[in-house]
Design a protein around this ligand. Structure first.
Ligand SMILES: Cc1cc2nc3c(=O)[nH]c(=O)nc-3n(C[C@H](O)[C@H](O)[C@H](O)COP(=O)(O)OP(=O)(O)OC[C@H]3O[C@@H](n4cnc5c(N)ncnc54)[C@H](O)[C@@H]3O)c2cc1C
Length: 453
């Protein structure tokens, strides 16, 4: 057994400061992309650092292709803003698919039967939802364009590894890169790393709640009409196959279990498959490595099983596994406010709501996220957005989806720019002004599309 308690002391070193800006956003996933664009549009000089070579986080590198519940089961659109802008731009490039507006909220069997295969039907309600499915390669391009157009300086291949704090105030972030260890100083830092790396390095309080990892994969060469006819006409036989698949070492689907074995994509002949492992430590490199290896085997086993047993998959092949292992939950900030299930279900009113998300199913109230969920309890000049904001486990299950992460990101970016403009700490800004700005931005139609034909 190796001694894992041994430590070394790194020598002190000077780190070049490559930029000093108003707002530094760390992590270019759904939350970070929206935060950076919003902060820049509201007048901030903004840098974004991202450890990989593209934006989108789970929605691109994680191959999580469905922007789930942009609308609720009642058929209303709930998340707009930069999330909707992305959809509009992807639409102009034929790189997104979603149910037409006239079937949102419908339980018409024909519509439900079609859109179920895209994951756009509530499992409990049976109602069609506005849940667009995107092409991840186009999303990478469109996301980068949004950043460039807003004049955000983007640094890819930049892995944040330390947060600079003095007197309880966050001053910037140090990151590792091929150019060496570098720093960016900022008046406000927005942690959009999903895992809360920046607030953890800064010493903020948090809780850690691991959820199952997932390594999504895509299969190509699928006769989708044939496969879907089989699934639609033989639901019991399909369920039995899915159970057998899980027992024989294939994927057990997503967190919700067997209902999410494969989903259609924007592209003909290609499906994406959830591929989750039981909960393990999402910050342990041993567990992350194990999950990567095991889930690729599971993907291959699933392919073999489908080819043998599922009509329509006879000629299928493994197109790719996600370059980014999917983490659903790890650290969650202990914020100025922690939104709880009871507050949500009892429809507690807050003065500083900055994002609204769809609930789990019909009849449940919308989830209104107050600004305090984005603010650490003690540290100043730091905001948090995306799946690591301060909420309890039940609320997290809804706010961790891509559209709400974009909504909290957009709000955090707006708040950061406002703080810089007012020369105030993010905690001290005029929250009613923030609320109005966020509401105006969400109500505004997408700006003219450069790609529109
Ligand atoms: C398997 C799986 C299936 C899912 N299915 C769905 C679904 O169908 N629909 C849906 O809406 N949601 C789904 N989700 C949830 C959703 O994808 C995520 O919760 C959401 O993407 C979180 O957005 P985020 O911006 O907070 O974090 P992320 O998407 O994780 O983005 C974080 C970004 O920060 C970067 N980063 C992290 N650490 C650092 C660092 N130290 N330095 C620099 N950069 C860093 C990452 O590379 C990444 O780009 C799923 C999640 C998983 C794992």
């Amino acid at each position: 057994m190796k001694d894992r308690s041994k430590t070394v002391i790194e020598p002190e070193r000077e780190v070049p400061v490559v930029d000093e800006v108003d707002v530094l956003v760390v992590g270019g996933g759904p939350a970070g992309l929206a935060a950076a664009v919003a902060a820049a549009r509201h007048g901030g000089e903004v840098d974004l650092i991202e450890r990989y070579g593209y934006v989108g986080g789970m929605a691109t590198g994680g191959l999580v292709l469905m922007l789930d519940r942009m609308g609720n089961d009642e058929g209303e659109q709930v998340v707009r803003g930069i999330a909707q802008e992305l959809v509009d731009r992807l639409e102009a490039m034929d790189a997104v698919i979603y149910p037409p507006k006239d079937v949102w909220g419908s339980s018409d069997p024909q519509a439900a039967r079609k859109w179920r295969h895209f994951g756009a039907v509530g499992p409990q309600s049976g109602r069609v939802r506005y849940s667009p499915t995107v092409d991840p390669e186009y999303l990478k391009i469109v996301g980068a364009r949004l950043l460039d157009e807003a004049d955000v300086r983007t640094l890819f291949h930049a892995w944040a590894c330390s947060t600079l704090v003095s007197d309880g105030i966050v001053r910037g972030v140090v990151f590792e890169s091929k150019s060496g260890r570098l720093a960016v100083l900022a008046k406000v830092v927005v942690d959009c790393t999903g895992d809360g790396d920046v607030f953890a390095y800064a010493g903020a309080d948090f809780e850690k709640r691991d959820l199952p990892f997932g390594l999504v994969f895509r299969l190509a060469g699928v006769d989708i009409e044939k496969a879907n006819s089989f699934v639609n006409e033989n639901p019991e036989e399909f369920d039995a196959l899915v159970r057998e698949l899980a027992k024989s070492g294939g994927t057990g689907g997503g967190v919700g279990g067997l209902n999410a074995i494969y989903y259609r994509t924007v592209r003909e002949g290609i499906v994406w498959c959830n591929n989750s492992v039981p909960t393990s430590d999402s910050l342990s490199i041993d567990e992350l490595t194990k999950a990567e290896k095991e889930r690729r085997e599971t993907a291959l086993r699933t392919l073999e099983f489908f080819r043998e047993n599922l009509p329509g998959f006879e000629e299928a092949f493994l197109l790719d596994t996600a370059p980014q292992l999917g983490t659903r939950g790890s650290r969650r900030l202990k914020g100025e406010h922690t939104l709880t299930k009871d507050e949500w279900l009892s429809e507690k009113q807050f003065d500083d709501v900055i994002a609204t998300c769809s609930p789990r199913t019909e009849g449940e109230p919308l989830i209104n996220v107050p600004y305090g969920c984005l603010l650490p309890e003690k540290l100043e000049n730091l905001l948090v957005a995306g799946r690591c904001i301060s909420v309890d486990t039940v609320v997290h299950n809804c706010v961790r989806l891509i559209p709400p992460c974009m909504a909290t990101g957009q709000a955090a970016g707006t708040a950061a720019a406002l703080a810089v403009r007012e020369d105030a700490a993010p905690r001290e800004i005029d929250r009613s002004q923030l609320r109005s700005l966020v509401a105006e931005d969400h109500a505004r139609p997408s700006p003219a599309l450069p790609d529109a034909k």
